[in-house]
Design a protein around this ligand. Sequence first.
Ligand code: GTP
Ligand code: MG
Length: 418
Amino acid sequence: LTESRLYQSNDKSPLQIFVRAKKKINDIYGEIEEYVHETTTFINALHAEAEIVDKAERELFESYVYKVAAIREVLQRDHMKVAFFGRTSNGKSSVINAMLREKILPSGIGHTTNCFCQVEGSNGGEAYLMKEGSDEKLNVVNIKQLANALCQEKLCESSLVRIFWPRERCSLLRDDVVFVDSPGVDVSANLDDWIDNHCLNADVFVLVLNAESTMTRAEKQFFHTVSQKLSKPNIFILNNRWDASANEPECQESVKSQHTERCIDFLTKELKVSNEKEAAERVFFVSARETLQARIEEAKGNPPHMGAIAEGFQMRYFEFQDFERKFEECISQSAVKTKFQQHSSRGKSVSGDMKSMLDNIYERITIFRNLKQDQKNMLTERIQGTETQMMQVTREMKMKIHNMVEEVEEKVSKALNE
Ligand code: GTP
Ligand code: MG
């Protein structure tokens, strides 16, 4: 029952737009690959038998086989990527953990995340780590060990550790969402490298703010650079730690509207990445820590409010779910566009090129066949002519012999009479 419920909820998820599109484009590319293979075999045979195609053409066809195989490989690895940024301790790792429904990434007070951590789904129920520039799988038995392994690694802050976590443990990982966690934007001087190395292919960015304070210059500057390098990045803003506002209910609403206004202005007037309406749907007030606790309780079969930190849990929990829904819609649509649009136009151009080359070859074959037919016709005519000639000759000879025989007979009988 649980499995079928999971399946149903998963089926309705907006991420399915991406999942289905990925399957479809992979199937189409499978067909293109078959078509390219068949054509290449045919072309090679043509070359061997009649030399209608030359070496250069044959090589060009073979290059399509490699091209299509390379695109297929990229396609199989394509995923949706979301990257989280913000000041140290705002709760970036906690937000990711809440979305994964498990405390996978280390989180804590102080400067915790000291390099880029990418969480992605693994097949076969395996959990392991991979460091940048190495293929070695470092096995992780449990989350505690993972946290220790990450802390012990003396890594450069802009290097990347990939964490592979069993797909079946979380529907987002199963549907090919890849999470990128970063160190605080305030602790690095290499923001440009970060963007170049980890952000250019991100489909969605999440700015995790601390709702107890306000957006800092470092956070703003980082997103200014992102939006200069990428045209219209998709940015969501989470005002995290909103549970803290429960302690000061009298100013909760005014703080909320102040933050909302600043965030919307930042997206619309400063970065110019969204219009008012869209920006208003991209700003949320949440508590990552509380959401994670609630989900851990839910997994144990308890009601989610057992994870509540403060008054107003239900609203914050709904808002987190609302964020996830809007995020899923945005990331799957954006990834389909950016990733598959390019592949489908490349697929179209490969099959278009091959078609025009085949048309060209077909024309040559037709000319070649007509030539052969002409030669055949000429030969047939010649044979027919010879046959007639021979018949004529034969007839003439027959007549001659006949006449000769008659003449001889006449002469013989005349001679006998005489
Ligand atoms: P760095 O990796 O150091 O840059 O920090 P981070 O942004 O990843 O923050 P992290 O998730 O490690 O959270 C920092 C601390 O804040 C942890 O102790 C969390 O438990 C706590 N925290 C995170 N989100 C919330 C929240 O919504 N409410 C409260 N009360 N605490 C939170
Ligand atoms: Mg962190």
